[in-house]
Design a protein around this ligand. Sequence first.
Ligand code: SF4
Length: 332
Amino acid sequence: MKKIGITTTVPVEVLIAAGYKPVDLNNVFITSENYLKYIDIAEKDGFPKSLCAWIKGIYGACLENDIKEIVGVMEGDCSNTKALIEVLQLRGIKVYPFSFPHSHRLKDVESEIRRFMSIFDVKEETVEDVRRSLNNIRQLAKEIDELTYIDNKANGFENHLYQVSLSDLNGSIDVFEADLKKAIDDIKKREAINKKLRLGYIGVPPMTGDIYEFVEKYDAHIVYNEVQREFAFPRGIEAANIFEQYYDYTYPYNTAFRILELKKQIEHRKLDAIIHYTQAFCYRAVEDIVLKKQLDIPILNIEGDKLNTLDARTKLRLEAFLDMLRDLKETK
Ligand code: SF4
């Protein structure tokens, strides 16, 4: 199968139907032991210091992993991605455009996905067949999510990892399906995690994967990973077709739509507080103002940059926030 790079979640059903193996360059970058080398490659090629680390990491990962074709998201992702795609084109990478329409009208989403299907010359029925087979995997990821917030057995990192991996199915549908089944069996055998605080993690997936383990030391369990869950499309299982599935996806559309789902999950998962992660030099940090105004729950905004572990200042802020929440809960 030919590899095709993706810089964010796109309708992978279309790519798989066309015989491609999608490779999420974010995952390649962040899971590399040598992830900083990808950033260095980008900076040597002229990417500024004051640019989001994900963009630079994706660039380095694309060049170093022999990716010759990528899907470029022109609408619904950030302007940095658009600039990145232009540079990759200059480097001879073939780019297939895709957009999540700003209008967020179902008919516009449908026409964009139909255009995407015609680029890859695949029929709707074939795409729906792939979608049905991926729904089995989506159901397994949903089970891990439920083992996190209902049974309290899966930890926050597992919840993050298995859902975020749905963006490219970890490189192999069959292997990933077997991994998920094994993880579910193992997790089910455990005792429940008994922590005083139930937290939600919102915002782009973290550079700093140690955040999950860190909060557990302070009697807290992350039982909701917002964007990772969106990548896994738990609601997509019930969607009538691929158009509805990608319409009912909060990440690329407006904040008001995203807030509707957040409010539902805060209530449903009985969250005590939220950690809002933003990336240095990312416009999404500004959304924190809206989220704090619209969501009636304590929110701590933390920022990551190049490091893949929490820095001392962020640890201190998290510790103080969790102390305050525990006191608040005991008083109640
Ligand atoms: S973190 Fe922000 S700036 Fe970086 S790629 Fe994502 S949306 Fe763009």
